[in-house]
Write a protein that binds this ligand. Structure first.
Ligand SMILES: [Mg+2]
Length: 278
């Protein structure tokens, strides 16, 4: 099979044969479970670092800054540079900076989100904010939610970092951003615009961040309904790993499929080395 690069009218170039220049990878369920490294994850990241290929670790988690996440990953034995981590908080701040630079925001969230918004030039206010920005927190307060509802009633626009309804913990599910957004939606009748996965905006902002092109980038993830669909919609080649929340039996239930299924990132180390520029 040859890849001539010719692009005749009826002969689209198959992305399967393009060289891979950039990698995006999900974090939870792909590199770590809670705080424990998944076997092969440290080697996979080390191979990416050696390869000279550009890569980003993506997460919908908006609680932590990239620096915090680097420290947490390092504690699990995975060495990811801070600037190779892309969170839904960073994507949200970048989206707002493009849409409405210098706008005022009322934030419900942790340092991951407040730091990202500050660094993108936003002013936090409790007086007629242009936006209510909701992220994940472990300390939701009735007072803060009440304020958010009243700002929205008075015309603020509603943005949320990610639609996840629950997050994992050792003891069981934790209510996540999507659940609190649902509460605010019920009170106001207003739906937020969600920036994180499965919105392909999260992938596109990540591509822009590392100057990547969709046709030469792969996305690695453990969920069909977020990682794989967002990857497909952003035009990426997708790898599904089975170390997270998707079992092999469930894959066929979805009306779309990943480009390739592998047991874990341990199976991708060879590919990274094969695709590294020589
Ligand atoms: Mg995941």
């Amino acid at each position: 099979m040859s890849d001539t690069g010719a692009n005749q009218d009826d002969e689209p170039i198959s992305s399967e044969h393009r060289p891979v220049a950039c990698w995006l990878t999900d974090m939870d369920g792909v590199l770590v479970h809670e705080q424990r490294a998944i076997p092969g994850a440290a080697e996979f990241i080390a191979a990416l670092q050696r390869s000279g290929l550009r890569f980003l670790v993506l997460t919908n988690n908006s609680i932590f800054t990239a620096r915090d996440l680097r420290a947490r990953l390092l504690a699990s034995g995975i060495d990811v540079p801070e600037d190779c981590i892309w969170t839904s908080a960073l994507a949200t701040a970048q989206f707002l900076a493009e849409q409405s630079p210098g706008a005022s925001v009322y934030v419900i969230g942790e340092t991951g989100l407040t730091t990202a918004l500050h660094e993108a030039g936003f002013v936090m206010t409790e007086t007629d904010p242009d936006y209510v920005v909701l992220g994940e927190t472990r300390t939701y307060s009735f007072e803060a939610i009440t304020k958010a509802i009243r700002y929205l009633e008075r015309g603020s626009r509603f943005i949320a970092t990610n639609p996840d309804a629950t997050g994992p913990s050792a003891e069981g599910s934790l209510p996540a951003t999507g659940s609190v957004a649902a509460l605010i939606t019920r009170a106001t009748g207003l739906e937020p615009y969600y920036v994180g996965k499965p919105n392909p905006l999260m992938m596109r902002s990540a591509l822009n961040r590392i100057h990547a092109h969709s046709e030469t980038t792969v996305m690695v993830g453990d969920r069909m309904d977020t990682d794989v669909i967002a990857g497909i919609e952003a035009g990426l080649r997708t790898f599904l790993v089975l170390t997270g929340s998707t079992s092999v039996e469930r894959i066929s239930r979805f009306p779309y499929r990943p480009s390739q299924i592998v047991d874990s990132v341990a199976d991708l180390v060879d590919l990274v080395e094969r695709w590294a520029p020589s």
